[in-house]
Design a protein. Sequence first.
Length: 278
Amino acid sequence: METLVASFGTIIKEIRKEQKMTQKMLSQDICSQSVLSRIENNEELPNVVVMAQICQRLGVTIDHVMRLSHGKIRAVLKNFELTDLYFQQRDYRKLEQVLKSPEVTENLYEAADFQKYYYYLGVCEFTLRKNITQALSYLKEALSYSTLKDRTQVTDVEIQLVSCIGKIYGVAGKTAEARYYLSRSIQLFQETIQDRTKSEFTQIFYNYGSFLLHQGEIELSLEQVNQGIRWAQDKNSYYYLNDLFILKSLIYKKKGEINKALFYEELAQSVKKIAKSL
């Protein structure tokens, strides 16, 4: 059986890495980075105050950490890797099945896990059943985990779920709310772009571009679409690239530039075929 000193450091190290947090970020104003390194390498057990501060910054409780084991952490991470895969593949039925399985629901400990869980539930609820009220409820619950004190940076999921909330408000006809959340997601992304690597951010440009097109703001819509396409190309990703080209085709139709519209429509079809073959 693992001792406290041998388990605490290992577990917080895995949680920190899963949240893409550096040792410097975690240790700031709590202890030195060298002390944190010794803790994570199971060479030192922190006092209860430092332990509580580390857990708070990671969004977990000491009790949760003590109840976890190295093997259990790995199992939880594997389940979330599966949900990430289904989300990227846009297979929302399989995603919902995994989300509602005991392997996931009984192993939610970190704030980041709860946030992703409710974000994915909200996406499934909206996509599969068009239940706007329930979808927004799930997404607002996810957003509540981003207001924890002492957060050092905005997470990828926070940016994505803010955009998703805006998209759903747009579908619901609440234009002011939609514009606020959609533009806010882009702002959060641009302010921390040096920290962003995920190809899935193409969707936030698609969401905002689609909204702007429906509002008749054609040039601003085109600007968002082009940013999304550049991001996808930079990441060598096909995620939402087909959707962006379709949207670009619609924009050029609105502008009366039919040849360009047809070009991007054909390009969208080609991208869709390539993406399916991968």
